[in-house]
Design a protein around this ligand. Structure first.
Ligand SMILES: Cc1ncc(COP(=O)(O)O)c(C=O)c1O
Length: 426
C-alpha cells in the first residue's frame, strides 16, 4: 500500500498510484507520516483530494451510493479510451486485443478477493452472478430454498420463478432490524432448515439496513448438512475489509459498481474451484468448458470497455486501502447518526456496533412515511437517499461514499432538523 502522500500525489495527478505508474514509480521525496485508519478518517485534507478525483454533480447530495456509485474520473477516462479503441476496428480490437486483457482483471480481482483467478468470473452485475447460482443447481419439485424476507427483491423474484417453473418451495423468514445478536441470526436460519432444504441464500450485508450477517457461521451451518450457501455480497466487496478466506464460502457474487466504484455494469462471481463443474451457467456453454470458470461469462458479444476499467477502480481501492476506506465510511455514517439520533422520533434500524455494519445505515422517523421523507428530501433539498417498506412507516437508508463531504452530511442533518421541527407539507 503506498503512503498517504504518494497516494495523494497520484490522485492529484489524475490517477491512482498503481494505475498511473506501476509499482513504485510514484515516489514522494520523504516518507509520509502514517496515521492509523481511525485518525486518517478525520484528516479532511486527505479526503478533500479523494473528493476531487470524482466529477460528481455537487448541486445535489448523493447519499444513495448503496444503489449505484460514481467512478473516479480516471476510471471513466480508461473506459472511454477502451470504448474508442473498440470502435476503431471492432472485430480485431475488441476480440483479439481487448478480450485477452480481461484475464488481467480476473487476476487482480482474485488477488483482492483472496482466491485463485480460476475461481473468478466477471459478470455484468451482482444479479447475474447470484442468478447463476440460484438457477444453476438442479432441484426437484418439493425441494426448499431458504432466505430471509430482507433478501434483495430480485433474488426473491428469481426463487419465486423457480417455484412456478420447477415446483420448488421458497421458505423465507423475518430478520430483526436492528440485529443485536449474531448467534441468534444463525439460529433463525437453523430453525427453518428441513429435510427438504437444498439451497440457502444469505446476504453478507443486508441491502436496506446495511446490517452485516455472520456469513461464515451460516456457511458452516449449510456445509454440515450438505446444503450449498450462496452469499449475496452485492454491498460488501470494496466496502468491508475482508477476504473470501474469512468467510470460507463456496459461492459469492458482488456488484463492482457500488462500493468498488468500477464503471456501471460490472460484477464478480466467485465459485470455489471444485464446485465449478457442478454449477450450470446462466447461458449455455460447451461441455468441454464445464470446469472452466469462464463458462459463466458465455453471454455473447458485450462491451469490454467497462470491464477493463475495473483495473483502475481496483487500483484506486487498493491504494486507498480497505481499512482506511472503511474507517472513513464509518466516520461519515457516525456523523449523521450522532445528529439524527438526538431526536427521540428517530429510530435507528441498524446496529452500528463494530462488526455489525459498515458505512450504510437506516432509520425511521416516527409519524412520517419513508417514501414521503425521501421524496421531500429530493424535491426540496436535492438530497438523494433511498427508502424501503418495513412495517407501516418503512425506513430510509443513508449511504455516503468516500467522495462525500462532511458539509454535505451537515446539510442533510440540517434538512432533517427542519423536517422534524416543521413536518412535510402534504
Ligand atoms: C443485496 C443486494 N443483492 C443484489 C443486488 C443487485 O445488484 P446489481 O444491481 O449489481 O445486480 C443489490 C442491489 O442493490 C443488493 O442490494
Amino acid at each position: 500500500m503506498p503512503t498517504r502522500r504518494e497516494f495523494l500525489g497520484a490522485v492529484a495527478a489524475g490517477a491512482s498510484a498503481a494505475a498511473c505508474a506501476g509499482p513504485g514509480v510514484v515516489r514522494s521525496a520523504e516518507a509520509a507520516a502514517s496515521l492509523s485508519a481511525a485518525d486518517n478518517a478525520r484528516d479532511e485534507d486527505f479526503w478533500a483530494e479523494i473528493q476531487r478525483a470524482y466529477s460528481v454533480d455537487r448541486s445535489a447530495i448523493n447519499l444513495n451510493n448503496g444503489g449505484v456509485s460514481p467512478s473516479p474520473g480516471f476510471v471513466q477516462d480508461a473506459m472511454e479510451r477502451h470504448l474508442r479503441f473498440s470502435n476503431e476496428l471492432p472485430s480485431h480490437n475488441l476480440w483479439d486485443v481487448l478480450q485477452p486483457q480481461r484475464e488481467e482483471v480476473r487476476v487482480e480481482l482474485a488477488r483482492q478477493f483472496g482466491c485463485d483467478a480460476e475461481e473468478i468470473a466477471i459478470t455484468r452485475n451482482a444479479s447475474e452472478g447470484l442468478q447463476t447460482c440460484q438457477l444453476g443447481f438442479d432441484l426437484e419439485p418439493g425441494d426448499e430454498v431458504l432466505c430471509t424476507e430482507l433478501d434483495y427483491p430480485r433474488m426473491l423474484t428469481t426463487f419465486r420463478q423457480r417455484e412456478r417453473r420447477d415446483g420448488v418451495r421458497l421458505v423465507t423468514f423475518p430478520i430483526p432490524a436492528p440485529n443485536e445478536d449474531l448467534a441468534a441470526i444463525v439460529d433463525l436460519y437453523r430453525r427453518r432448515l428441513s429435510e427438504r432444504t437444498k439451497l440457502i441464500l444469505c446476504c453478507h450485508v443486508i441491502s436496506v439496513t446495511g446490517q452485516v450477517l455472520p456469513v461464515r457461521e451460516i456457511v458452516a451451518l449449510g456445509r454440515d448438512r450438505g446444503i450449498p450457501v450462496i452469499v449475496d455480497g452485492a454491498h460488501a466487496f470494496g466496502h468491508l475489509d475482508f477476504s473470501v478466506r474469512d468467510l470460507d464460502c463456496d459461492y459469492y457474487a458482488t456488484s463492482l459498481h457500488k462500493w468498488m466504484c468500477a464503471p456501471h455494469g460490472n460484477g464478480m462471481l466467485y465459485v470455489r474451484r471444485d464446485k465449478i463443474g457442478s454449477l450450470w451457467p446462466l447461458m449455455a456453454a460447451p461441455a468441454g468448458k464445464s470446469d472452466d470458470v469462464r463458462k459463466f461469462e458465455e453471454v455473447g458479444t458485450q462491451p469490454l470497455a467497462n470491464s477493463l476499467a475495473i483495473r483502475e477502480a481496483l487500483a484506486f481501492h487498493k491504494d486507498l486501502g480497505a481499512q482506511r476506506k472503511l474507517a472513513r465510511l464509518v466516520h461519515l455514517r457516525d456523523s449523521w447518526i450522532d445528529r439524527l439520533t438526538r431526536h427521540e422520533r428517530v429510530r435507528l434500524l441498524t446496529n452500528v456496533r463494530p462488526g455489525f455494519a459498515g458505512g450504510m445505515a437506516a432509520f425511521t422517523l416516527r409519524g412520517v412515511k419513508a417514501f414521503d421523507l425521501t421524496a421531500h428530501l429530493w424535491k426540496v433539498h436535492r438530497i438523494k437517499t433511498s427508502w424501503f417498506r418495513m412495517g407501516e412507516f418503512g425506513g430510509v437508508r443513508v449511504s455516503p461514499h468516500v467522495y462525500t463531504k462532511p458539509s454535505e452530511i451537515g446539510r442533510f442533518c440540517d434538512a432533517m432538523d427542519a423536517i422534524i421541527r416543521g413536518g412535510i407539507p402534504s
